[in-house]
Design a protein around this ligand. Structure first.
Ligand code: PEP
Ligand code: MN
Length: 334
């Protein structure tokens, strides 16, 4: 921890900071410049972390040396971590394409979608059974029936299944059927849900909140990791900005920042970022070029009849075409 004192801080104020540091068992090192004094605190920084240090008289700023996200930090595994989603690896050089409908609508539609995306090269199937809808009157998902359909179709096609768990009370139920539990953007800071997922032995796909910073996303990942579940995949899915041309603004820099800051695999969801099918390919290719370890994308055999998010769903033929370009870009960046 580094304390930067205000210009003109008195000797009494400096001495007070020194005493506060010593009281917590750290060793202070005072460096007096011509304009200001800087005080370094060596030792277990965590002991100071929760104190309102900037409230100490004479202190202008306090800079922590350690990252607040210890387990999510790149320092933990400099070459990256691979997470296994039902046997399919993502991260540390492994790329995973996950595709499927926004929501599970029926067994035949899901089965058809899965067959087509697998034929195009997808390695995992997505589909929501518990949907986080803005309106309480909108379709909320098929619940456990949806989970059953996902499991059945996933097993038939040999595709691991990724699905959202919206509620703390459903963690056990969803974990019984899914290979990977998705935390939706709206739940990124549902800390009780994160803690519960930390106790599950299934990977978690953690989506970035609509207005969450990268640091907040990493702190949310830390909740899951600190509780003992080390299989966390981060996901950039578009954030809220002033721009209205797209549903969200895909933060491509988040991919590069997350890769630099964390050892965890990074996925990108171009569908919810774009909100328009015609932009999904561009965003996908940009994400792959930026170093994303995986993509999660919405595909529907008949988007105009989709129960949810049809405007942003790719037709299977378009998905097939996009997959070819993804593979080509992977060759360049991998
Ligand atoms: C989804 O993936 O279906 C979804 C609802 O995404 P998000 O939580 O990112 O809005
Ligand atoms: Mn959707």
């Amino acid at each position: 921890m580094i304390f930067i004192m205000k210009p003109g801080a008195s000797d009494t104020e400096i001495q007070h900071v020194v005493e506060r540091i010593e009281k917590k068992g750290l060793s202070p090192h005072v460096s007096k410049g011509t304009e200001r004094t800087i005080i370094g605190a060596r030792g277990d920084e965590q002991k100071l972390a929760e104190l309102p240090l900037a409230a100490i008289p004479g202190v202008e700023r306090v800079i922590p040396v350690l990252k607040p996200y210890r387990l999510a930090s790149r320092e933990v595994a400099p070459s990256g971590t691979a997470v296994s989603v039902g046997g399919v690896k993502i991260g540390a050089g492994h790329f995973m394409m996950c595709a499927g409908p926004c929501t599970v609508e029926s067994l035949p539609v899901l089965a058809e979608t899965a067959r087509l995306v697998r034929a195009a090269g997808a390695q995992a199937l997505r589909g929501g059974a518990f949907k986080p809808r803005t309106s309480p009157y909108a379709f909320q998902g098929l619940g456990e029936d949806g989970l059953k359909f996902l499991r059945e179709v996933g097993d038939a096609e040999g595709l691991p299944v990724v699905t959202e768990v919206r509620d703390l009370r459903h963690v056990e139920l969803v974990a019984r059927y899914a290979d990977c539990l998705q935390v939706g953007a709206r739940n990124m800071q549902n800390f009780d849900l994160l803690l519960e997922l930390g106790r599950v032995r299934k990977p978690v796909l953690l989506k970035r909140g609509l207005s969450a910073t990268i640091k907040e996303l990493l702190m949310s990942a830390e909740y899951i990791l600190a509780e003992g579940n080390h299989e966390v995949i981060l996901c950039e899915r578009g954030i809220r900005t002033f721009e209205t041309a797209t549903r969200g603004t895909l933060d491509i820099s988040a991919v590069a920042v997350l890769k630099a800051e964390s050892h965890l695999p990074v996925m990108v969801d171009p569908s919810h970022a774009a909100g328009r099918a015609d932009l999904v390919e561009s965003l996908t290719l940009a994400a792959v070029a930026a170093g994303a370890d995986g993509i999660i994308v919405e595909v529907h055999p008949c988007p105009e009849e989709a129960v949810c998010d049809g405007e942003q769903a790719l037709l299977p033929a378009k998905f097939t075409e996009m997959m070819k370009k993804v593979k080509a870009i992977r060759k360049v960046v991998a």
